[in-house]
Design a protein around this ligand. Sequence first.
Ligand code: M6R
Length: 366
Amino acid sequence: MLKEIHEQPQAVQTCLAAYVPSLKSAPRTPHPTIFPAFPATLNEVHILACGTSYHAGLIAQYWIEQLVGLPVRIRSGSEFLEASLPMTANTLTIGITQSGETADTLTAIALDKQRRLAQASAFQPRLLGITNQPDSALSKLVDWTLPTLAGTEIGVAATKTFVNQLIVCFYLTLELALSCKAISPEKIQTYSAEWSTLPTKIRAVLELETQIKHIAQEWGNRQHCIVLGRGISQAIALEGALKLKETSYLHAEGYSAGEFMHGPIALLDAHIPVIAIAPTDSTHAAMIANLRKIQSHGSPIIGILTEDATPETATMFDHALILPAIAHPLSPILSVIPLQLLAYHIAVQRGLNVDKPRHLTKTLSE
Ligand code: M6R
């Protein structure tokens, strides 16, 4: 797991090299695998995925809704059988799965495809797969596949495949924004420039490892922990809590910081640490206000901040992990990494086999 966490700068570099040129080229030459056949009219996007891939889907939902303006519905593959998404017209359905073999996700996509095939042309399936295994069962089900190019991932905990799913989802967002004329070519250039700084910025985040190891030593024996984020960071709170649970067996709950105030705050006392993902974005002021309230109940707080946070903000935390500043929508790609490292170091400190957590296999294919 640690090796794979440290492979992230290179994995991201490889993925960017494959996708960014098609965005930058003028006249545009869209990605050859998907966009020549991409539907001209699109009313909606649906996303089906499980676990960490579901969290990538939540971030894709945020990006597509905020940057393209298309409505996005997302459902866990494991829920689709009982509660399918409405069968809307002109809909792109995206299946996200690292392995391309997760039974819950594949079953959901197959069901959606089957029910749509019997309908009028506007309702026909338009299926896109995002996967690290382009030769998997997923690719046989869908019309187009976008590979995440993360290289082999052996650890049960998804790390580099998650970050590369985010790269591909952001690429897809920009392609959709261009085809819907929701974004200017100049803005695309700005994002492309920002994107190319990611490998260097990820390396800078990995340098926080010694500090994170100390935090793991100080707090790793706690029974419970809360992970909070607002806006786009909510999904990273869920993902960080999942990493902590599956590798270190620490009971961690991921929450929207705003929602946390509506009841769960009653859980807090001085024994329950809170990890707060608080990049300097449009949610920052509200996040800090929530955290001040939380602090008044005695809970220790680890802040995951960006370097453009004010010095007063940085000093309010028991520990502050400072990430490089990055254009607001891309912050999840950096903020998940300290949580991966924390989960790893707590697990190691507890003497656990991080690569093979109990009760889990890499792929739930049945
Ligand atoms: O291969 P998939 O992405 O479809 O797997 C889905 C989940 O089982 C998977 O992400 C799981 O949550 C990971 N072990 C998380 O680290």
